[in-house]
Design a protein around this ligand. Structure first.
Ligand code: HEM
Length: 116
């Protein structure tokens, strides 16, 4: 049996406008405030690390690394729009070998100095 993880994460009866990029859903008060990397005990609305016997044993390491990477990117760099026109981000999926986004984020990063 093959379970479509992608379809679960974008099920129209579970999610409001599932194709919209709305990370605030996961904030307190949002429709997904109780949804995290571990599948819930009652219903599964998203399962990025799988579930059951084959559940990803690297979930803790992965989540920690993602948070560290984000923290470093924000803490160590100043983010500015690119010098030449910014097309904006378009997360429309491209069905290439791996999923890609139509227009990815373009930005100018400068290393923060200790004084800034
Ligand atoms: C964002 C990062 C990651 C994602 C989204 C992810 C996702 C997944 C998923 C969905 C599965 C289950 C596949 C299935 O049901 O057959 C899985 C299994 C597995 N993952 Fe990850 N993973 C991540 C990072 C890691 C890391 C950092 C490690 C190790 C350091 C790891 C090690 C494994 C292993 C060994 C399995 C196989 C478990 C088994 O079959 O018993 N993963 N992962």
């Amino acid at each position: 049996m093959q379970v479509s993880v992608g379809a679960i994460g974008r099920y129209i009866k579970t999610w409001t406008d599932p194709d919209e990029f709305r990370p605030e859903r996961f904030l307190p008060g949002g429709e997904a405030e109780d949804v995290g990397p571990l599948p819930g005990p009652k219903e599964i609305r998203m399962m990025p690390f799988g579930t059951g016997h084959r559940f990803c044993p690297g979930v803790g390491l992965a989540m920690m690394n993602i948070k560290c990477l984000l923290a470093v990117l924000v803490h160590e760099f100043q983010w500015k729009p690119p010098t030449e026109g910014c097309a904006g981000v378009d997360v429309t999926e491209l069905n290439t070998f791996v999923k890609g986004m139509k227009t990815s984020l373009s930005a100018r990063l400068t290393r923060r100095t200790l004084s800034s």
